[in-house]
Write a protein that binds this ligand. Structure first.
Ligand code: ACO
Length: 322
């Protein structure tokens, strides 16, 4: 049997850091409120002109180096983002050219905060079916560009960044299962209510901003993530105690803690970066994964669960033996 195994991870954060104290100066909020309600202390924000693909390129180069491969060996690029550099070509194609790769399939996936899990799920299927041997899977965002910086309900939550993994075909171990879902009926609870084909005037006016009914999203997220944990364990006939690490989407420390509780998992087995990164949407899981791999927490053969929930609504999980 062929598995898709993570051969290397990489990430990149813009240098510019915005703290809660900085935001106190621009909106009616406090460091205390943000920490207590979300766990966020600071976030990285891209500089003017710094794009999603700029961040992704650095993350990809770091992952390629960690995997010990040459970029020319990559035969698939799947790029999760909701903040692409251009309407087209896809960010995956732009990145492909930057990496000097020619000819392999390259495409974007748009599932907001669940984007990386969606991308991983798709790349896993390419590898399992023999269509790909080495895939580059990316989550990268400059969410700061779709934030209304005068809306305290959203501007304190998000940050920019990129994370990447190289998946390679492996005979023994790797991704054990992936589970992805969507339910479009919740569109109005979390969305950017304009685009190219609707309300384009809002885009032209520079007002394509995230709108979120936070507390309603919170409730659905906690409930849904509890269910996806059960689904993932059942599909693998695995007990909670067999999971070594939870690498959740980093939206809110209270949501993360609720999922850890569902898994009966102490917080020291949960990778938390939301305090330093904020919510980087599709980038949050590969960023957190890279942090925990590089600091030595996640070791080869550890069982790792990834889970995410985001706009759509979309949600998903992946269980892997690292
Ligand atoms: N500073 C101070 N007060 C604030 C702020 C702020 N930054 N933001 C909101 N408040 C106020 C509200 O106005 C409200 O005041 P009121 O009681 O006088 O009306 C009060 O704080 C409570 O507001 P709630 O929205 O009920 O606060 P809650 O505890 O739900 O926390 C939060 C808000 C952090 C947004 C939370 O609901 C959350 O994390 N939701 C889920 C987000 C998520 O997971 N999104 C999915 C992924 S993102 C994606 O896919 C793009």
């Amino acid at each position: 049997m062929t598995f898709a195994r993570i051969a290397g991870t990489g990430s990149y954060l813009p240098e510019n850091i915005v703290t809660n104290k900085d935001l106190e100066k621009t909106v009616d909020t406090t460091d205390k409120w943000i920490r207590e309600r979300t766990g966020i202390e600071q976030r990285h924000i891209a500089l003017k002109g710094q794009t999603t693909v700029d961040l992704a390129e650095q993350a990809a180069l770091n992952a390629i180096e960690a995997a010990g491969i040459d970029a020319s060996e990559i035969d698939l690029i799947v790029f999760a983002t909701s903040t692409p550099d251009k309407i087209f070509p896809s960010s995956a194609c732009i990145l492909q050219a930057r990496l000097g790769i020619h000819g392999c399939p390259a495409f974007d996936i748009q599932a907001v905060c669940s984007g990386f899990v969606y991308a991983l799920s798709v790349a896993d299927k390419f590898i399992k079916t023999g269509s790909s041997k080495k895939a580059l899977v990316i989550g990268a965002e400059v969410f700061s560009r779709i934030i209304d910086w005068s809306d305290r309900g959203t501007c304190v939550l998000f940050g920019d960044g990129a994370g990447a993994v190289i998946l390679e075909a492996h005979e023994e171990t790797g991704i054990l299962s992936t589970h992805i879902h969507a339910d479009g009926q919740y569109e109005d609870l979390l969305h950017v209510p304009c685009g190219i084909a609707s309300n384009y005037d809002q885009v032209k006016a520079g007002k394509a901003f995230v709108e979120m009914k936070g507390s309603e999203v919170f409730k659905v997220a906690v409930n849904t993530l509890g269910k996806i944990v059960d689904e993932t364990l059942a599909a693998n006939q695995m007990k909670k105690s067999e999971i070594d690490w939870l690498v959740p989407h980093q939206a809110n420390l209270r949501i993360i803690a609720a999922t850890a509780k569902k898994l009966s998992m102490p917080m020291d087995q949960v990778v938390v970066t939301v305090n330093k990164h904020g919510n980087t949407s599709a980038a949050s899981i590969p960023l957190a994964l890279d942090v925990a791999v590089r600091d030595g927490r996640i070791q080869r053969n550890d069982v790792v669960m990834l889970e995410a929930f985001g706009g759509g609504f979309t949600w998903g999980s992946a269980l892997l033996r690292y």
